[in-house]
Design a protein around this ligand. Structure first.
Ligand SMILES: *[C@@H]1O[C@H](CO)[C@@H](O)[C@H](O)[C@H]1NC(C)=O
Ligand SMILES: *[C@@H]1O[C@H](CO)[C@@H](O)[C@H](O)[C@H]1NC(C)=O
Ligand SMILES: *[C@@H]1O[C@H](CO)[C@@H](O)[C@H](O)[C@H]1NC(C)=O
Ligand SMILES: *[C@@H]1O[C@H](CO)[C@@H](O)[C@H](O)[C@H]1NC(C)=O
Ligand SMILES: *[C@@H]1O[C@H](CO)[C@@H](O)[C@H](O)[C@H]1NC(C)=O
Ligand SMILES: *[C@@H]1O[C@H](CO)[C@@H](O)[C@H](O)[C@H]1NC(C)=O
Ligand SMILES: CC(=O)N[C@H]1CO[C@H](CO)[C@@H](O)[C@@H]1O
Ligand SMILES: [Ca+2]
Ligand SMILES: [Ca+2]
Length: 569
């Protein structure tokens, strides 16, 4: 009896602290990735911080964002900008204090915004206390990481096998202190945790609980593909793609990637989340192919990120290619899964760099208007482009371990430059004219404040699409897709009473005239809701005849049933 009362008292403050009811599942979520170093700097040191995020939370109200995911904000020597954590229970001082984080959580919840943390389970920093103790062989930490004596070849000690790290070079590093090699699938400073050790699994569950108890709404799980490795430590077969044994692409990842145990551990984390009254979300970062990614849906998570709009879509994609990607991911909803659409993250070239501005607008239309969860990488809503970063200014470990001639092809810095808020000093990101990465020089014209005044800006598109996404009238998950021409792909979202919306994209280099009457029950005339290319073919506020609609090259056109009012009904 006493225990029951104590339990009731303990959970009461958590329940009272939250006034709104987030959705049970992340279905139709709009999730925004904040890269905290680059979102907003409050204290003027040139690096973004948590107080900066608090200042800019209202940015999300206008565009119907329901959840933010913060890239890692925990204590870190910042070798991999936070993905190398030295203490899983402390906020990194560059970003602020625990009080700042608690204030951020409260300020977000006051706005009905959910907050997801980046959970980095695969590895710690070498500076983590566990690793320091493991190095000295102190129990129980001695087996928290994967240590191996290596193999002797003709009297010379060699790493246990040919495994290569994601950041190139051997995945094994020798330490004299332990007289052994440790495994690191990422940088030398990111030793892999040993998930075959039940103590490690328990520690990581405790860390989840620590943040859930604080009130976070869930986690985005980093580098899921790399958690477990085969314990026989055999050589991986050669891929044949390169002769360079230090290249990540040298081997086929049959022992270091996508092991079945990576899937099996997820339901154990789900159980931890399900102990809480409020809905908690869990989304996963995959790395492999579509099939292996899809498999995550069956292991208790909300969704694995769909990276196909990044990896499979190109400026040359045909309408059939696009339809295949869209149908593949949409089909998961037939089994109760949540499709999701991602156009970028801090590891990839920005959308506009990959696709060019005109086609990027079409991709943004997919991301916001297809059924399921929308994921926005900070800056995508204003169409941020990549900044030029000189060799001297390069800080990304992938860039730095390259050389002056080649760093530009591998460095991730250009996709991580500060958010462009306005046309003042450092684009309104910082009061400091010197920022951790230089602000993109195009900020005088490409910035949120100016885009809000321009009906044809990228932000205007993002806002218009966000309004549509929010419409309560779309039939749940409803979608019809069509190939109308070699490069013209179209889809329809229907409602019960308010007609339909049709998005038509032309990825080709030539205008194309198509017949939309292939869609069942389409009216003979439609209103133009949006056209990315304003020309004499289509202009704002015009009406089109569905049997002959000309879609300009490299553009997107969004049409609606006449006088439809999707947003307010
Ligand atoms: C948050 O949600 C609650 C309940 O769902 C609602 O009453 C309140 O107005 C919302 N607050 C904001 C800022 O939208
Ligand atoms: C070991 O040495 C022998 C004799 O010098 C040589 O034939 C063999 O290739 C060497 N093996 C390796 C793995 O280097
Ligand atoms: C992505 O491309 C790969 C390789 O071409 C292909 O096997 C896969 O089916 C594609 N995925 C989708 C969703 O179209
Ligand atoms: C999607 O599901 C439909 C209906 O089951 C099926 O006909 C179609 O082939 C599937 N498409 C893809 C790309 O999986
Ligand atoms: C730009 O943003 C900064 C930071 O909020 C602000 O101090 C400055 O006044 C803004 N400049 C303009 C022109 O709005
Ligand atoms: C932008 O569109 C709105 C609504 O259609 C219109 O009232 C306004 O005049 C337009 N502004 C500009 C600068 O074109
Ligand atoms: C997209 C993403 O989160 N990438 C991260 C994956 O994990 C490695 C190691 O933690 C990071 O370096 C990447 O930035
Ligand atoms: Ca700062
Ligand atoms: Ca691992």
């Amino acid at each position: 009896m006493r225990a029951v009362i104590a339990f009731g008292v303990a959970i009461l403050p958590l329940v009272i602290g939250i006034t709104w009811k987030p959705p049970e599942k992340a279905t139709d979520f709009s999730l925004y990735q904040i890269y905290p170093r680059s979102y907003k700097d409050n204290d003027g040191d040139g690096i973004g911080d948590l107080r900066g995020v608090i200042q800019r939370l209202d940015h999300f109200a206008e565009t119907n964002v329901q959840a933010i995911w913060l890239s890692p904000i925990l204590r870190s020597p910042m070798v991999d900008f936070g993905y190398d954590i030295s203490n899983f229970r402390e906020i990194e001082p560059i970003f602020g204090t625990m009080k700042d984080f608690e204030d951020l959580l409260k300020a977000a919840h006051d706005r009905n915004l959910s907050v997801l943390l980046d959970f980095v389970p695969n590895h710690t920093s070498v500076e983590h206390e566990w690793f320091q103790k493991s190095l000295q062989g102190i129990p129980p930490y001695d087996n928290y990481y994967t240590w191996h004596p290596g193999r002797m070849e003709n009297g010379t000690r060699k790493p246990p096998n040919n495994w290569v790290s994601v950041y190139n070079g051997p995945a094994w590093t020798w330490r004299d202190e332990r007289q052994a090699y440790y495994l690191h699938q990422f940088t030398v400073q990111q030793p892999d945790l040993n998930y075959h050790n039940p103590n490690v699994r328990r520690e990581m569950e405790d860390i989840l609980r620590f943040w859930l108890d604080k009130g976070v709404d869930g986690f985005r799980i980093d580098a899921m593909t790399f958690i477990y490795e085969d314990q026989r430590f055999l050589d991986e077969p050669l891929s044949g793609q390169t002769d360079d044994p230090n290249s990540y692409y040298y081997t086929e990842k049959i022992y270091t990637s996508d092991q079945q145990s990576n899937y099996d551990i997820l339901p154990t984390w789900r159980q931890v989340l399900d102990k809480y009254k409020q809905p908690k979300y869990m989304v996963v970062e995959p790395f492999g192919n579509t099939e292996k990614t899809m498999k995550y849906y069956y292991y208790g998570i909300d969704f694995p990120f769909n990276l196909d709009l990044i990896t499979n879509l190109t400026v040359h994609s045909t309408a059939a290619d696009i339809k295949h990607i869209v149908d593949t991911w949409y089909n998961i909803s037939l089994e109760g899964g949540t499709p999701n659409w991602v156009a970028g993250n801090h590891d990839r070239n920005r959308l506009i760099k990959r696709m060019g501005e005109p086609r990027a607008r079409a991709v943004t239309t997919f991301v916001l208007l297809l059924p399921g969860a929308t994921i926005t990488y900070y800056g995508e809503e204003i169409g941020m482009t990549e900044g030029y970063i000189s060799w001297e200014d390069t800080v990304d470990p992938l860039g730095c371990t390259s050389n002056k001639a080649q760093y530009q092809s591998v460095s991730r810095d250009p996709a991580r430059t500060p958010f462009q808020w306005n046309n003042s000093v450092s684009a309104g990101f910082s009061s400091n004219s010197h920022t951790w990465l230089p602000v993109n020089s195009n900020y005088k014209t490409l910035n949120l404040a100016d885009e809000k005044k321009d009906n044809n800006s990228y932000y205007a598109l993002y806002e218009k699409l966000s309004k549509l996404k929010k419409s309560p009238h779309f039939k749940r998950g409803n979608l019809v897709t069509k190939v109308l021409d070699e490069y013209v792909f179209a889809f329809a979202r229907e409602t019960e009473k308010h007609g339909s919306v049709y998005a038509i994209t032309n990825f080709g280099d030539k205008d194309s005239t198509v017949d939309l009457s292939v869609f069942d029950n389409i009216p003979s005339k439609l209103d133009v809701y949006y056209a990315s290319t304003i020309s004499n073919i289509l202009s704002w506020e015009s009406v089109v005849q569905v049997r002959r609609v000309t879609i300009p090259a490299a553009s997107v056109v969004i049409l609606t049933t006449p006088n439809a009012n999707f947003v307010t009904g």
